[in-house]
Design a protein around this ligand. Structure first.
Ligand code: GLN
Length: 546
């Protein structure tokens, strides 16, 4: 355990989806605004070792960190709100914890002892918490799930014990709960909160601060009632009021005095919060002068959680252009040559995001063709770049059967293919894979360097030659078709430093057409919008005015 590090554990009660991830991110941001350094860790009770293979329908987006860890989407919130550098130690699941304990048991590290939840699993959890925070002032740890779930018990027991290990003055517990407003009775109800806190106390955790999700501010009377029943100081009961825009959350917390209370409870001295720039950013986001319509042509259309970072990055692009970005989700499985014009005619820009598998790809290729021919700004991200390359090969090179090996392993023209062997900048070794490689370990994952070419859209956006972006894919641009594609108008504007891997493509004579092999959305922040999203939104706005 690092000396002087303070720990904040965030738990949630009553029901899921109360926004614990956002609350943790917002608290992190508030602490940073006072000059403190923070990191945030998520402990997830599910048994998957990591969320990499989980269905985005069920669990939302898989967020990727620089070190190539596939993590819970809450880490995306943490990175967007704070400057914390996150990696493999910032997300642990029950599966990962058990995996480590079982491996140790197999190696004989427990010396013939009986391996049990307490102390072996709880010790492993505590060790994982200690892995982050070596050099920060405050570690925030969010416990996934809801109090009362069987699965989260070992985590709760571990954080209960943690207070004694770290010293009581170095640890606080913040509990996020629901105070529903019952319309028919014209009343807010505190009972669910009382029960949730009772449950928490029954396992030995007394919350120091309550964050009550409600529709409107809680009266002093209600706060007193909650305080009495939950054994929490009245001035430590906060309203976590619903907001229109997630970036308002830290501002609302600050107004309520949450930051001061946390510092007081943890006995930290820090400067007053500096929030002017953040306030300005929120104001720009909420009161834009312009507006622009962007079509997202994808597969998981009815669950925006699966494109969380993408949606945020587009909103950030709007902030830098003083524009509201209206998103139109288009299900690519329904898009045809016949209806594409009608479906996309209201959109000022077309974006094809990342994705896996062959379902819906023909619709995405049709969208890419429409954008190319109609000179509508096109942004293809990872799979969206593959779609662009396949479309151009099919229609400009007359390779009608061109495809990606992911969609047709026997295509005569594999313009997007599975690279069998390459030197990997992330793992610093030669990687090999074939069709039989298992799904988990064969992707290019995490941050890779990329070199940009002068006089391209990419260079105009980044304004620097060397960049680094995050990847999550198996298939690549096939250099065997490079010369022909370039002759047909494709511009290779970004490659790996050894020029072996094509990272960004553009199109000659098109106002804004860019496909990238990486996921720029993972690195966009509201107060530092990603240059590609900024420029894509800008180009789409120009298109809107025509
Ligand atoms: N399915 C493609 C691949 O694995 C693209 C992945 C993505 O869009 N992230 O290469």
């Amino acid at each position: 355990m690092a000396k002087n590090t303070k720990y904040i554990f965030v738990t949630g009660g009553v029901l899921s989806s109360l926004g614990k991830g956002l609350a943790s991110a917002a608290i992190g941001m508030l602490l940073e605004s006072r000059g403190l350094t923070v990191t945030i860790q998520k402990l997830d009770p599910y048994i998957n070792v990591d969320p990499g293979t989980m269905n985005p329908f069920q669990h939302g987006e898989v967020f990727v960190t620089d070190d190539g860890t596939e993590t819970d989407l809450d880490l995306g919130h943490y990175e967007r709100f704070t400057n914390a550098k996150l990696g493999r130690n910032n997300n642990f699941t029950t599966g990962k914890i058990y995996d480590q304990v079982i491996s140790k048991e197999r190696r004989g590290e427990y010396l013939g002892g009986t391996v049990q939840v307490i102390p072996h699993i709880t010790d492993e959890i505590k060790k994982s918490i200690c892995l982050v925070g070596g050099d920060v002032d405050v570690v925030l740890v969010e416990i996934g799930g809801t109090i009362g779930d069987i699965e989260s018990l070992p985590f709760l027991e571990a954080i209960r014990q943690f207070k004694a290990d770290a010293g009581p003055s170095n640890v606080i517990y913040i509990h996020l709960t629901l105070v529903p407003y019952i319309k028919t009775a014209h009343e807010v109800k505190t009972k669910p909160t009382q029960h949730s806190v009772k449950e928490l106390r029954s396992i030995g955790i007394q919350p120091d601060i309550l964050l009550c999700r409600t529709e409107s501010y809680l009266s002093d009377e209600i706060k007193q009632k909650i305080s009495l029943f939950c054994n929490v100081d009245t001035d430590a009961v906060f309203t976590a009021k619903d907001v229109d825009c997630i970036y308002e959350v830290p501002l609302v917390y600050n107004k309520e005095g949450l930051g001061d209370k946390i510092l007081q409870k943890l006995n930290i001295w820090a400067r007053a919060p500096q929030l002017d720039e953040w306030k300005e950013m929120v104001d720009r986001l909420q009161n834009p002068r312009f507006s622009v319509n962007i079509a997202i042509v994808g597969k998981y259309v009815d669950l925006t959680e699966s494109y969380k970072s993408l949606n945020e990055a587009l909103a950030h692009g709007g902030i830098s252009n003083d524009a509201r970005v209206n998103l139109q989700y288009v299900d690519s499985t329904t898009l045809t040559q016949e209806n594409v014009e009608e479906v996309l005619s209201q959109s000022d820009g077309v974006l094809v995001p990342g994705g896996f598998g062959s379902r819906g790809i023909e619709g995405k290729i049709i969208a890419a063709k429409y954008a190319r021919e109609k000179k509508v700004p096109y942004f293809g991200i990872c799979l969206g770049m593959h779609m662009a390359v396949i479309e151009i090969a099919r229609n400009l090179l007359d390779l009608e059967e061109a495809n990606g090996e992911e969609f047709d392993p026997y295509t005569p023209y594999p313009v997007i293919y599975l690279m069998k062997e390459w030197y990997d900048e992330q793992t610093k070794q030669v990687e090999k894979r074939d069709e039989k490689s298992d799904k988990g370990g064969t992707m290019r994952l995490g941050a890779y360097p990329c070199q940009l070419v002068e006089d391209t859209l990419a260079m105009a956006a980044y304004k620097q030659k060397d960049i680094s972006e995050r990847h999550r894919h198996r298939f690549e641009f096939n250099n065997a078709y490079k010369d022909r594609l370039v002759e047909a108008g494709l511009i290779i504007s970004g490659t790996s430093p050894d020029h072996e891997l094509v990272e960004i493509v553009e199109l000659k004579g098109h106002p804004w057409y860019l496909g990238c092999q990486f996921h720029p959305e993972f690195k966009s922040k509201p107060d530092n919008p990603h240059p590609l999203f900024r420029d894509f939104v800008k180009a789409s706005m120009k298109n809107a005015k025509q």
